[in-house]
Design a protein around this ligand. Sequence first.
Ligand SMILES: [Fe+2]
Length: 290
Amino acid sequence: MTAHTTFIHLTDLHISDPTVTDDHLYSDTSKTLVAILADVKKVEPTPSFIIASGDLTNRGDVGSYEELKRIMREADLGIPVLYALGNHDKRDGFYKSMTDRIEDFSAPYDHAAVIDGIHIVVMDSSHPFKIGGSFEASQFAWLEAELANHPNLPKLLVMHHAPALDANPDLEWEALAIADTEKLRVLLEGRNVIGILSGHIHFDRVSNWHGIPVIVGVGQHAATDVLYLHEGVRMLSGASFAIGTVRLSGLTVSFVPQPSERRELHSFTFADMGELIKRYEEQAALAAAE
Ligand SMILES: [Fe+2]
């Protein structure tokens, strides 16, 4: 590792095919990504890599991934981008558009890379028809093997859903499942993991999780109103990205908010949320029966 390695953390891009009407798209996410990538170009020193920690698209369709590819191509950053999948993504759409994979389109998208002396491990915490996150048993086996690689390098873990911070499932319904969080804790112990980069909850949040910093960003779609969390979810206009710096002393993250008047875009109470979760469960049952 050089003395300093700089990287960019993007999350919750929620890109949408501009030719499709989407009632669940609350802001012009293509415009926001273009603006943020223009800011990324100003970052000094030039970042070594970009992390995009899931909800790359709003619906997971091929057309939306094509729009993402178009924007990234036109930005012409010349920096590797490591993508993770979130609950709004669909593995099938992602693989067909963003990779040259020709089979096994329902497999989780887990991958790893070493860039400028940092071992980056990207896990797919998305679970079809679920809002919260989970891992399959095979993913833990993959992670255990991957963590044994490059034992002398600092490791960054990327996963759309942050680990659960609390053991109460009513409070942690948006996190990685509590049982999976515990398995993850055991696997990561003593592995020199300098940070976990996540998204999903749409607000900037930093936690110390068993000694590991967990960094969550607002992302680029809509900003959760933290002051309303006791009643439900209120989404405000607003977006941000983060600049990460890895030094021998550890990880620093600087948040870069985009200008925002915090206008309300959408809100729902926890009662509405219960209905939404019920609909997802019905869809999951239908999909399982097919
Ligand atoms: Fe999201």
